[in-house]
Design a protein around this ligand. Structure first.
Ligand SMILES: NC(=O)c1ccc[n+]([C@@H]2O[C@H](COP(=O)([O-])OP(=O)(O)OC[C@H]3O[C@@H](n4cnc5c(N)ncnc54)[C@H](OP(=O)(O)O)[C@@H]3O)[C@@H](O)[C@H]2O)c1
Length: 285
C-alpha cells in the first residue's frame, strides 16, 4: 500500500508521517511540492506518485485569519480540497480528507453525529464544509474525517500556548463557554491508519475521549505539567474579541468510528500526559 500525505509539514501531517511510515510506503508533500489550489499541478503530482490512498491534511487552519480572507480560505479549503478529490478520482486513489467540528454551529447541546446538519458560523467552517461537499461530489471513494481541538508537536497548539502564557504570570484568563474534545495528533494519525483500509465511505468523527471547556483543559494542562502558583481565571468568549465566532459546544460523537474499527481513542488527559512527556519530561504522575 502506498500512501501520499498532503500537508506533511503541518501538525497532523508530521504525526501521519511518523505513525503511518513504518506500516506502509508513505510519501509526504507540502506546499513547496504541491499547491492544492492549482488543479492541474495537483492532478499531475498525484497521478505521478501513483498512490493507493491520499490523506489530505493540507488546509488553511488559522481560524481568525480566514475570517478576514474568505477568498483565500475558500481557495485552499474548498477549491483545493476539490482539486485533490478530482485528482484522486483520476488516479484511482482513495481519499481521506480532514475536516472539522467547526462545520457545526455548536447549539445542539450534545455531541454531534455524522448525520447532523452542519451550520458553520465562521468563514473557516464554511470553507471546510464546502471542501467536504467538493470531495463528496468528485471522488466517491472518500472518507471525510472530522476532528477537533488538535494538539501535538510541530504546530501552534493550545497545550504549549497555555504553558508559555503561564510562564512568569500569576493569572491567565481562559474561556469557559466553549466545549469540545481535545485530540492528540498522533492518536488521530493512528486512527486514520485504521480507517484507510476500511471499506466505509462517507463522514466519520474522530476525537480523543472526554468533553471539556478550554478553561478546564487549561487547568488540567497546568496540573499535569506540575505548574503551581498560576491562577486560571474563567472568562467569556466575548472578552477575547476574536474576529471569528466559535461554536459553544462542538463535541463530536465518535460512536461510528468505534463501530467501524472496534476501538476508540483514549481520554485526552492521557494524551496530554504523553505530549508533555515528549515535550519536557515534566509530568506529574
Ligand atoms: N488544528 C486544529 O485544531 C484542527 C481542528 C479540527 C480539524 N482540523 C483539520 O485537520 C487538518 C490538519 O490540521 P493541522 O492543524 O495539522 O494544520 P496545519 O498544522 O496548519 O498544517 C496544514 C498544512 O497545510 C499546508 N498548506 C496550506 N495551504 C496549502 C496549499 N495551498 N497547498 C498545499 N499545502 C498547503 C500548510 O503549509 P504552510 O505551513 O506552508 O501554510 C501546512 O503544512 C486540516 O484539514 C484542519 O482543517 C484541525
Amino acid at each position: 500500500m502506498k500512501v501520499l500525505v498532503l500537508g506533511a509539514n503541518g501538525m497532523l501531517g508530521h504525526a501521519l508521517m511518523d505513525v503511518l511510515g513504518p506500516r506502509w510506503e508513505v510519501e509526504g508533500a507540502d506546499r513547496g511540492e504541491i499547491d492544492i489550489r492549482d488543479a492541474a499541478a495537483a492532478a499531475r503530482f498525484i497521478a505521478g506518485r501513483r498512490p493507493d490512498a491520499v490523506v489530505n491534511a493540507a488546509a488553511r487552519t488559522d481560524v481568525d485569519g480566514c475570517e478576514g480572507d474568505p477568498a483565500g480560505a475558500h481557495a485552499v479549503n474548498a477549491e483545493g480540497a476539490g482539486n485533490v478529490a478530482r485528482a484522486c478520482a483520476g488516479a484511482g486513489a482513495r481519499l481521506v480528507h480532514l475536516s472539522t467540528d467547526y462545520v457545526f454551529d455548536g447549539l445542539k447541546g450534545s455531541p454531534y453525529l455524522e448525520g447532523d446538519a452542519p451550520n458553520p458560523a465562521s468563514v473557516y467552517g464554511r470553507s471546510k464544509l464546502a471542501g467536504e461537499v467538493a470531495v463528496r461530489e468528485r471522488q466517491p471513494d472518500h472518507l471525510i474525517v472530522r476532528t477537533s481541538w488538535l494538539f501535538g508537536e510541530h504546530g501552534r497548539n493550545f497545550v504549549d500556548r497555555i504553558l508559555d502564557a503561564a510562564a512568569g504570570r500569576e493569572t491567565i484568563g481562559v474561556v469557559g463557554d466553549q466545549h469540545g474534545r481535545p485530540t492528540y495528533a498522533p492518536d488521530l494519525a493512528a486512527a486514520i491508519g485504521r480507517l484507510i483500509p476500511a471499506a466505509y465511505r462517507g463522514v466519520v468523527h474522530v476525537a480523543n475521549d472526554g468533553v471539556t471547556s478550554w478553561y478546564d483543559y487549561a487547568r488540567a494542562i497546568l496540573e499535569l505539567a506540575g505548574v503551581r502558583g498560576v491562577r486560571v481565571e474563567e472568562i467569556g468568549s466575548g472578552r477575547l474579541d476574536r474576529p471569528a465566532p466559535r461554536p459553544p459546544y462542538s463535541a463530536l460523537d465518535c460512536t461510528l468510528y468505534a463501530r467501524l474499527t472496534g476501538g476508540h481513542l483514549r481520554h485526552w488527559r492521557e494524551a496530554v500526559r504523553d505530549h508533555l512527556a515528549r515535550r519536557t519530561g515534566r509530568v506529574n504522575r
